[in-house]
Design a protein around this ligand. Sequence first.
Ligand code: PSV
Ligand code: MN
Length: 386
Amino acid sequence: MADEHAIEQALAVFSVETPSWGYGDSGTRFGVFPQPGRPRDVFEKLEDAAEVNRLTGAAAGVALHFPWDAVADYAELRACAEGHGLHIGAVNPNLFQDDDYKLGSITNPDARVRRKALAHLLECVEIARALGSSAQSLWFADGTNYAGQDDIGGRRERMLDCLMELYAALPYEQELLVEYKPFEPAFYATDIPDWGSALLICQQLGERARVLIDLGHHLHGTNVEQIVSQLAAVERLGGLHFNNRKYADDDLIVGSTNPFELFLIFCELIGSGRALPRLTIDQSHNVEAKVEAMVLSVVNLQEAYAKALRVDRVALAARQLEGDVLGGHEVLLAAYNSDVRPLCAKVREARSAAADPIAELRSSGYLAQAAERRAATAPITRKART
Ligand code: PSV
Ligand code: MN
């Protein structure tokens, strides 16, 4: 059994970024069901993020999405975050909603569209600088729906040209995270379909370009923890986007469908012997209560990490050396089946957070108060936005 004190120390500094887009209105293409009191601008999203951090003690970073979170005064936004005890996490440029991007953004056959996409990426570098963010987190919806629609190799070259310009403009403190996804919204050839493609791009760009793994971005049966291990080994694991899925990119609460996979991912992160990379929740809540969903996701992450910390690595290595196939598996199961809830509650309390964050959220009246306050005021962004 691993040393409990060391586990507590590791849990005490565990932290995950929550996504601004997970707090606001979102849904599916079939409908959006607005929730009473939902935040209407980035300032109100920060209020909700601060509540998640207050309850869990492990969510001080907030990832932002632009232009969704655009404001006129980034110094004001940064000060607002800091006033809540938060900091701005990764900046996520959005190159998937503008009409111009119908045939792609940085891969578009039209040079004008590519320049527009690059200009947005460069704008996000400046936004990150103003907000004190240390990462650009890139996901491209680019791809084709039909064979012959565009030249696959040509698209890759156009993409690399743009990304090389972006990389050259990155200040030293910013890293570049590159996400991949096999399909959706493109259904024939997504331009960065898998971790190998993302890695090749990163290797071409430079050492501050790393791959970001989103748990919802794999075909069924993919061994995600093995990808974690491979990328960590070559120091190209930039981070993870946590969510859970049953079918495709479902963006459900972390650990709700496949908690064992989550545990195994943390086992590989710890086993790599490196510091944890940037960890971010990437969820979009449709019918579930948004703040509660976020709190539960952080709690599930804390518990998965705690279980992985409990793996008896000496015993595991011994079983593996002996060729004891199920012996090693049993060592993992012993940690996975242990009850880490009291330990996590203790660590949260030591961080001045809640022993039982969900119960505390429900009894605190936070949501009702936020709804009342927001109903009585105009969103701040309307005033601040250009
Ligand atoms: C795309 O599915 C994605 O995972 C990317 O990370 C985006 O930035 C995020 O979702 C929100 O749209
Ligand atoms: Mn993602």
